[in-house]
Design a protein around this ligand. Structure first.
Ligand code: PRP
Ligand code: URA
Length: 209
């Protein structure tokens, strides 16, 4: 079964509380999404393999370690996943970035694909899919299926708020995918929105409605 990490770090919990607040405006919302993604990425990259290197310091040789040639790709799910990209790239600036466009049909809550552009060497890269909201799980499941169909072998999912329904669905559909979320909320409402959640993540990041 998938490894699931729900973060309890005080800084993440603090930033998430402000993020959820309906009084938090677009500008601060964007900053917080990026900061939380940055902190989560620190943990999601914990298992990157290292290689031994010798570094010449001003005092002599140091037997040190650096991240081995394993390559990363971040894939935000449009639109809201875009809000997490700056935060993760500031930790891993050499990573490539793919994009998957999906929106939830407002009537059926089913994901509808409208865009997919991934790095050509995606099969050689560890992929971390970014989307702040894991509600029914449909968008994340479809995005990961598309990424695997393009040849990716190691895929992780990084979200900010998950509903139990979406977490279960994603674990069942892709048991090999490690999942990182900053919070596990209570339930979905009748419109498949996360309760208490934070509302519509895309609208809050981009100031639309
Ligand atoms: C939101 C969110 C996820 C999806 C989650 O996107 O960013 O992609 O809903 O819901 P699910 O788990 O039930 O699939 P939305 O469809 O609202 O598109 P947007 O980001 O373009 O606003
Ligand atoms: N998408 C969002 O942006 N928010 C939710 O609560 C559910 C899906």
């Amino acid at each position: 079964m998938a490894n699931v990490t729900i973060f309890d770090h005080p800084l993440i919990q603090h930033k998430l509380a402000i993020l959820r607040d309906e009084k938090t405006g677009t500008n601060q919302f964007r900053t917080l999404i990026s900061e939380i993604a940055n902190l989560m990425c620190y943990e999601a990259t914990r298992d990157l393999p290292l290689q031994e290197v010798d570094v010449k310091t001003p005092m002599g040789i140091c037997h040190a370690k650096m991240v081995k040639g394993r390559k990363l790709a971040f894939v935000p799910i449009l639109r809201a996943g875009l809000g997490m990209v700056d935060g993760v790239l500031s930790l891993v600036p050499a990573a490539k970035v793919g994009h998957i466009g999906l929106y939830r049909d407002p009537e059926t809550a089913q994901p509808v694909e409208y865009y997919c552009k991934l790095p050509a060497d995606i099969n050689d890269r560890e992929v971390i899919v970014l989307d702040p909201m894991l509600a029914t799980g449909g968008s994340a499941i479809d995005a990961i299926t598309m990424i695997k169909q393009k040849g990716a072998k190691t895929v992780k999912f990084m979200g900010i708020i998950a509903a139990p329904e979406g977490l279960k669905a994603l674990e069942e559909a892709h048991p090999d995918v490690d999942i990182y979320c900053a919070a596990l909320d209570d339930h979905l409402n009748e419109h498949k929105y996360i309760i208490p959640g934070l509302g519509d993540a895309g609208d809050r990041i981009f100031g639309t409605r």
